[in-house]
Write a protein that binds this ligand. Structure first.
Ligand code: ADP
Ligand code: ZN
Length: 829
């Protein structure tokens, strides 16, 4: 076929491809999946060739300017995956393509081009090529420099050709962080204690050096301990008193200090783990896509199963992706994989610079890295021959990209990517999502179970404390006391810590054991109420209450960040007395300080972890015993492993349980089970106390019994009764804008059109969202529950929604209403 035109996906929020002419000199380069440079309006954009056409469409076309790589940037299977994502999540293909390309792509323009030693100067070359050779004859240059000096537009394709012909060599820029860590050491040459120095500082440093018995001294530690300066050491070096040198720190030696890690190398799998690995190995050998749900309680040895499965994949000459929720993706976790697989592992995380990210991407593509570990975005790493994709903590909502298009769930996309590559998926969790467990029971997934702790630790007993009874009790005691001390007896009756929990904490403090307390709400008090009229302070920009922050003595909106001074008079009635209602972490912290004045409490929430490294610092302090109590939001629930913790307390289980969302019970069960798992990770027996005003809630009953299956059985009945997932597929259409009437009108027209296309009963709304205003934008919603019997993949519903979005795009742009579609949302607030 004589192809002359290419359809290109561009990173613009318009759901269509754009056609360009392929100039003759680029014909051999332009392939499906190639990254190209094209003019777009007044801009120059990079995009990906999706398909070709032989017949010119009836519009004026522009030329492709350049093709960036000799081989396609996006592999054929990945293009298919991108198309699936675009269709399923209703996103423009150009936006989907973005997640397949590393940030920092611009780094490629920094590649260094040099003339090859093998280049024969008598060789005949085209005009453009000899122009480049001439420039390079003087000195090597980056692609950008070559482009400027030569004035050639399609520089990438020319370089690729010269590279293929062996005329130039392309090397990577070397600003990359060295993968081997080195540190400065020094040794003494002279032992002369009679030396006199002009500077007092030098004299003092020399005396310090003479007192050290070690032969080899770590410079950084020495300087820190003696408050000396590096320049002093350098002057000694010049005087030949000492010799300084860099020394490699063996990465393995650092790991070996960590008993837990080195233990991992010599672990003998137990019976259940072996059975799981056998099943997975069999599937790997079959080369057909298959998904396993590895349901194993906390500490049952799931990670060890991942490691052994990866070993089998590498033996097959294939590669693996390991997804871990960002919050549990600690160096500790990654090291566990590294001690088994060394340099074949690359860790992609949010703190990488664009350049580092680009390098990781490129080296995964070239085959240097065989195992990519990272959060949801790592799923799109360009590995070849993928044999296995692991999704650890598969139930975590952070696998869903909810705030920008494409709104994909990496767990679900992992299954599609695996099936396109005939690969195996392992979804691991101690509290599987209702959807995944249901899929396992329906034989879509294969269920593998690890029912026991690998380290023989026992599950901690859980006690539920009824906070309503607690308050009644306090009140009746106060009533009795008031007979002798009067009204004073009723002061300070509002406590967040029950007497049982107080007693348990006191006991642990005496035994010097660790305590973790969870309160999933930051700030001091989430409601500020006027005592005379009952008015509750709200954010001006959002339809939510303002939280009082005691550290800064102001009110803050947790949705938009707006800050206001705490009220002195009520805006409604002029009253000037306020009560602070509810308990945030700061208030619990204050209460702890009053109850246990000599105990050290560290608080971990979004307010104390904004600075880089503060998160790690808090954990280290607590882990090393520098603090008695670790108090925090859900951050304290995930992945921490502190053997000294023997008590976990939940200040209030209600914060999540009472949210008007169909997943509230599930999320509560997951969070509480997870935090309960932090107690007794060692030979010391643990214990869990959960406080609530809903002690009979079924989620709590099953947390107490450590009974996921029991919870599942009740939850699935509830989901069935309201026809929510897994019985239906939910699609939320959101309408957002500053003008309330416009938002309502757009939502209403949308609803009316949708009613004609879909079953009326499957559509809820249009109606204002629970959070009806955020950052001055009003929010309306339509919720579609696509029936799985009649519309298996939700195709009909998704396409109907897409059609209406398209029909109304003119109107919504004009009325400044943003319409977003979220398929399989994690929440519907
Ligand atoms: P999970 O990933 O399910 O939370 P891990 O794989 O982290 O569990 O294992 C929990 C602890 O048990 C770790 O300290 C690990 O080293 C240890 N462990 C795992 N498998 C075994 C085994 N077969 N024998 C002894 N200890 C094990
Ligand atoms: Zn706000």
């Amino acid at each position: 076929m004589n192809v002359k035109f290419a359809d290109v996906a561009l990173p613009v929020p318009i759901p269509q491809l754009f056609t360009y002419i392929i100039p003759t000199h680029l014909e051999t380069f332009a392939q499906q999946g190639s990254m190209v440079v094209v003019p777009f309006g007044k801009k120059i954009l990079t995009g990906i060739i999706i398909s070709f056409r032989a017949v010119k469409p009836n519009i004026t076309l522009k030329n492709i300017i350049d093709v960036i790589d000799l081989t396609p940037t996006i592999h054929h299977n990945d293009l298919k995956l991108a198309e699936w994502i675009a269709d399923y999540y209703s996103s423009p293909l150009g936006e989907v393509i973005k997640i397949f390309l590393p940030a920092g792509f611009s780094q490629s323009s920094k590649k260094i081009i040099s003339l090859s030693d093998l280049f024969d100067r008598n060789q005949k070359l085209s005009v453009t090529k000899s122009k480049i050779v001439q420039i390079l004859a003087d000195q090597s240059a980056t692609i950008m420099q070559l482009k400027k000096k030569s004035g050639i537009k399609n520089i990438y394709s020319i370089i690729s050709e010269l590279d293929a012909e062996g005329i130039v060599t392309v090397s990577e820029e070397t600003s990359k962080r060295p993968s081997i860590k080195t540190e400065r050491f020094f040794k003494r040459i002279s032992n002369d204690s009679t030396l006199q120095f002009r500077s007092k500082k030098q004299q003092a440093t020399w005396s310090s050096i003479l007192t050290i018995h070690q032969e080899e001294i770590n410079a950084a530690s020495f300087l820190k301990e003696t408050s000396s300066s590096l320049s002093t050491l350098k002057s000694f070096e010049q005087k030949k008193l000492i010799t300084m040198y860099q020394k490699e720190l063996s990465r393995n030696s650092a790991f070996l200090q960590d008993g837990n890690l080195s233990k991992s190398l010599s672990i003998q799998l137990n019976k259940d783990q072996i059975e799981a690995v056998v099943h997975i190995t069999t599937a790997l050998a079959e080369n057909v896509p298959q998904t396993f749900l590895l349901y194993g309680i906390t500490g049952s040895g799931k990670t060890q199963v991942y490691i052994e499965s990866i070993r089998k994949v590498l033996e097959q000459g294939k590669t693996a992706i390991v997804l871990i929720p960002e919050i549990s993706l600690t160096p500790q976790t990654v090291k566990r994989f590294q001690i088994h697989f060394g340099d074949q592992v690359v860790w992609i995380h949010s703190r990488l610079s664009d350049g580092e990210r680009y390098d990781a991407w490129r080296l995964a593509q070239s085959g240097k890295y065989k195992i990519v570990i990272g959060p949801r975005s790592a799923l799109f790493a360009p590995l070849k021959d993928i044999g296995l994709i692991i999704v650890d903590e598969e139930h975590e909502s952070s696998y869903k990209q909810f705030d920008s298009s494409p709104r994909y769930n990496a767990r679900d996309v992992a299954i599609v990517r695996a099936s396109l590559n005939n690969a195996v998926v392992i979804l691991g969790s101690a509290t599987p999502s209702i959807e995944s467990y249901s899929n396992a029971l329906n034989n879509k997934f294969t269920l593998l179970t690890l029912p026991e702790r690998a380290d023989n630790a026992v599950l901690p007993p859980v006690t539920i404390v009824n906070m309503i009874d607690e308050r009644k009790q306090l009140y009746s005691e106060a009533k009795i006391n008031s007979k002798s001390i009067g009204k004073k007896a009723f002061e300070n009756l509002s406590h967040s810590i029950s007497r049982l929990l107080e007693r348990k904490i006191r006991d642990r403090l005496e035994k010097k054991e660790g305590v973790i307390l969870l309160q999933n709400r930051r700030g001091f008090a989430p409601f500020i109420e006027c005592k005379s009229c009952g008015y509750v302070e709200q954010c001006d920009r959002c339809n939510v209450t303002m939280t009082y922050h005691a550290t800064k003595k102001h009110m803050r909106c947790h949705y938009c960040g707006k800050v206001k001074p705490a009220p002195t008079t009520c805006t409604q009635c002029g009253g000037f007395e306020f009560s602070l209602n509810g308990f945030g972490t700061q208030r619990v912290e204050q209460e702890l300080a009053a109850l246990f004045p000599s105990a050290v409490t560290v608080r971990m929430d979004m307010d104390t972890t904004t600075r880089k490294g503060s998160h790690e610092k808090i954990l280290r302090q607590f882990g090393e015993g520098g603090a008695d109590i670790l108090l925090g939001t859900q951050m304290v629930a995930k992945g921490l492993d502190f053997p000294r913790v023997t008590l976990v307390g939940v200040i209030s289980a209600d914060t999540q349980m009472m949210l008007p969302d169909f997943r509230s019970a599930e999320r509560t069960f997951q969070l509480l089970t997870q935090v309960a798992g932090r107690a007794g990770r060692s030979t010391l027996a643990g214990e869990v106390i959960i406080q609530t005003s809903q002690p009979n809630h079924y989620a709590l009953k099953h947390v107490r019994e450590h009974d996921f299956v029991g919870f599942y059985n009740e939850e699935i009945e509830f989901r069935k009764s309201i026809n929510y997932p897994p019985f239906s597929r939910v699609i939320v259409v959101e309408f957002k804008g500053r003008n309330e009437r416009n938002v309502e009108q757009t939502a209403t027209s949308f609803g009316n059109q949708l009613f004609t296309l879909l079953n009326r009963e499957s559509i809820l709304g249009p109606s204002p969202a629970v959070l009806s205003k955020i950052k001055n934008e009003y929010r309306w919603q339509i919720i579609i529950k696509a029936d799985k019997d009649g519309d298996k993949n939700g195709t009909r519903a998704r396409h109907a929604v897409a059609r209406v979005v398209n029909n109304l795009s003119g109107q919504s742009i004009k009325s400044k209403v943003k319409v977003t579609v979220d398929v399989d949302p994690v929440g519907i607030l």
